[in-house]
Design a binder for this molecule. Structure first.
Ligand code: HEC
Ligand code: HEC
Length: 460
C-alpha cells in the first residue's frame, strides 16, 4: 500500500499501467489525433454502435437512455438537462409516436420508460413503466443457472435473454418511427456483426468482478452498516445481494445460485410515484413471463447509490428509502419476505439508525467503485486517441462528481471528498494533449488514490 508518498507512487503506477496498456494493445502509446490507423476492436466498434447507430429509426441510439455520463442509465435529474430536440422525447415531437409509445409526464418526472413485455397488440392498456437500469457490471450480474437474465424481470424478451437478443428487443421497442413497428420500414434490425460488437462492448463496461466483503473501512458507522448488511439474523441483505452484487449467497442458497428472481413486493407499495403522477396509470407490472409470476431480478448494489431512483419502477428516489423499503409491510408480506420469516422466525425490522448505517455502507462501496472507474478512465485517456480521451475524461469527471455526491450526501469521509475535488479539478478537458496534461492526469490518479485511502481503514 502506498501510504508514505502516494503522489509519486501513484504516478509510477499510472505510468506502469500506461506502458502495460500500450504493450497489450500494440497501439500507439501517445495520444494521436483522430485518423484511425488500425481497424477498431470489437469493443470499440460496439461503443460506436451503442452511441451513434440509429438503426434507421426515430433518431434514438442505445446511448439516448444508457448515458455514459449518467452511469449508463437515465435519471430524472439528467433528463431535466436535455433539450426538447433530444430524441429521448420523440413521443412529444413526432406525431406517429404521440399515442401508446411513451408516457411523457412520468418520463420527465420519474425517468420511467414504456415497455411492452407482453407484446405490442394493445398499446393503450398492456404496457409497463420501468426505470432505465444502468448497464454497468453486466459481466457479473446476468448469469443464472436458468440462462442469462436481462431486464428488470430477467425475461430478456425476446428470445433467449442474452445481451444479443436483448439488443434486438431494444431496437424494436425504442427505435421505431411509428408504433406500427414494421422492420425495414420503421427501423432496421441489427446485423449479426452489430450484435456481436454490442455484446462485447456492454460486457466491457464497469466492474468486471465481484468485490469481497467485509472491507476494512475507516468510518465505524460504515463498518456497522456492513455488519448489519451481512448479518443473516439482522439485515439479511447479503443472502440475495452476495458481496453486494447481484447473485445469491452460495452458503445459504446452494452452490452457484447465480442471479435470482424474487417477488419482494415493490409493486405492492402504496402511492407509487408513477401512479400519483399523471396519466396513464400503469397496470400492475407482473414481471417475468406471460402471465407474469410477479418476480424481479436482483440488481447489483455496488453501483446502486449513484444510480437512483431505485427498483424496477423507480419507486423511491434515495438510497436510504431503498434500504428502508425492507422494513415495509409490502416487503415483509411479499413471497420473498414470507420466505425469510419462515427461514429465520422474523421479518426484517431495521431502526432508522440502522437504515442510515446500511445506506452509508452502500454509499462507501459506491464511492470506491467510482474511484476505481475514474482511475481506469484516466489511464485510458493517456493512451487513447484524442476524441476518445475527451470522452474518457468526461466520464472520469462524472464518476468523481458521483463519488463526491454519494459521500457528502450523508456527511461521510469529508477528507476523502477534499482529495476527490482535487482530482476533479485535475481531470478537466485540456486545451492540448501534451506532456503537461499527462503530468496532470497522473496527479489526478494520485489524488484519487489518496481519496481511496481516506475511505479505507489505515493499513497496520
Ligand atoms: C428509450 C430508452 C432506452 C433505449 C433507447 C434503450 N434502452 Fe436499454 N433499457 C431501457 C429500459 C427501460 C430497460 C429496462 C427494461 C426491462 O426491464 O424490461 C433497459 C434495459 C436494458 C438492458 C438490461 C440491463 C440489465 O441489467 O439487465 C440492456 C442490456 C439494455 N437495456 C441494452 C440496450 C441496448 C443495447 C440498446 C440499444 C440497441 C438500448 N438498451 C436502448 C431503456 C432503453
Ligand atoms: C429475497 C432477496 C432479497 C433480499 C433479502 C434483499 N434484496 Fe434488495 N433486491 C432484491 C430484488 C429482487 C430487487 C429488485 C426489486 C425490484 O426492482 O422490484 C432488489 C433491489 C434492491 C435495491 C435497488 C437497486 C436498484 O438498482 O434499483 C436496493 C438498494 C436493495 N435491493 C438493497 C437491499 C438491502 C439493503 C437489503 C437488506 C436490508 C436487501 N436489498 C435485501 C432482492 C433482495
Amino acid at each position: 500500500m502506498m501510504i508514505g508518498r502516494p503522489g509519486l507512487a501513484g504516478r509510477a503506477i499510472a505510468r506502469g499501467v500506461a506502458v502495460l496498456f500500450c504493450a497489450a494493445a500494440l497501439a500507439a502509446c501517445e495520444n494521436t489525433p483522430d485518423e484511425p490507423t488500425e481497424p477498431p476492436t470489437l469493443i470499440e466498434r460496439g461503443r460506436q454502435i451503442f452511441f451513434t447507430e440509429t438503426f434507421d429509426g426515430n433518431g434514438r441510439t442505445c446511448g439516448t437512455c444508457h448515458r455514459a455520463e449518467d452511469n449508463f442509465g437515465l435519471s430524472p435529474n439528467f433528463i431535466a438537462t436535455l433539450p426538447l430536440e433530444d430524441p429521448l422525447f420523440v413521443a412529444e415531437t413526432v406525431d406517429a409516436l404521440k399515442n401508446g409509445f411513451e408516457a411523457p409526464v412520468q418520463m420527465r418526472a420519474h425517468g420511467l420508460i414504456r415497455e411492452n413485455l407482453d407484446g405490442f397488440e394493445d398499446l393503450e392498456t398492456i404496457f409497463t413503466l420501468r426505470g432505465v437500469p444502468h448497464t454497468l457490471a453486466l459481466r457479473t450480474s446476468i448469469a443464472s443457472p436458468l440462462g442469462p437474465r436481462t431486464g428488470w424481470s430477467g425475461d430478456g424478451a425476446p428470445g433467449d435473454g442474452s445481451l444479443r437478443a436483448f439488443s434486438v428487443g431494444a431496437v424494436i421497442q425504442h427505435f421505431p418511427k411509428s408504433t406500427n413497428r414494421v422492420a425495414g420500414v420503421d427501423f432496421r434490425l441489427p446485423t449479426e456483426e452489430e450484435l456481436d460488437a454490442l455484446e462485447a462492448f456492454m460486457l466491457s463496461i464497469g466492474r468486471q468482478e465481484e468485490i469481497a466483503l467485509p472491507i476494512q473501512f475507516r468510518d465505524p458507522l460504515v463498518m456497522r452498516g456492513q455488519a448489519i448488511f451481512m448479518d443473516n439474523a439482522a439485515g439479511r441483505c447479503n443472502v440475495c445481494h452476495f458481496n453486494a452484487g447481484a447473485n445469491g449467497d452460495p452458503r445459504v442458497l446452494g452452490p452457484n445460485p447465480g442471479n435470482l428472481n424474487f417477488n419482494t413486493g415493490v409493486e405492492d407499495l402504496p402511492d407509487l410515484p408513477s401512479h400519483v403522477t399523471g396519466q396513464p396509470v400503469p397496470p400492475r407490472d407482473d414481471g417475468f413471463g406471460i402471465p407474469g409470476d410477479g418476480t424481479f431480478n436482483t440488481p447489483p448494489l455496488v453501483e446502486a447509490a449513484d444510480t437512483g431512483p431505485f427498483f424496477h419502477n423507480n419507486a423511491v428516489a434515495t438510497i436510504e428509502e431503498a434500504v428502508g423499503f425492507y422494513n415495509s409491510a409490502a416487503f415483509n408480506n411479499s413471497p420473498a419476505g414470507q420466505l425469510i420469516r419462515q427461514a429465520t422466525g422474523s421479518g426484517i425490522a431495521l431502526e432508522a439508525t440502522q437504515v442510515q448505517a446500511i445506506a452509508s455502507f452502500l454509499r462507501a462501496i459506491n464511492a470506491l467503485e467510482n474511484i476505481r472507474e475514474a482511475t481506469a478512465r484516466l489511464q485510458e485517456s493517456l493512451v487513447a486517441r484524442e476524441a476518445r480521451a475527451a470522452e474518457a475524461l468526461l466520464q472520469t469527471r462524472a464518476e468523481i462528481d458521483d463519488a463526491i455526491e454519494v459521500l457528502s450526501g450523508a456527511s461521510l469521509s469529508g477528507d476523502a471528498v477534499l482529495h476527490l475535488r482535487e482530482a476533479r479539478r485535475l481531470s478537466a478537458a485540456p486545451r492540448r494533449y501534451d506532456d503537461a496534461w499527462r503530468t496532470q492526469v497522473n496527479d489526478a490518479v494520485a489524488a484519487l488514490e489518496r481519496a481511496r485511502t481516506r475511505i479505507l481503514a489505515p493499513a497496520d
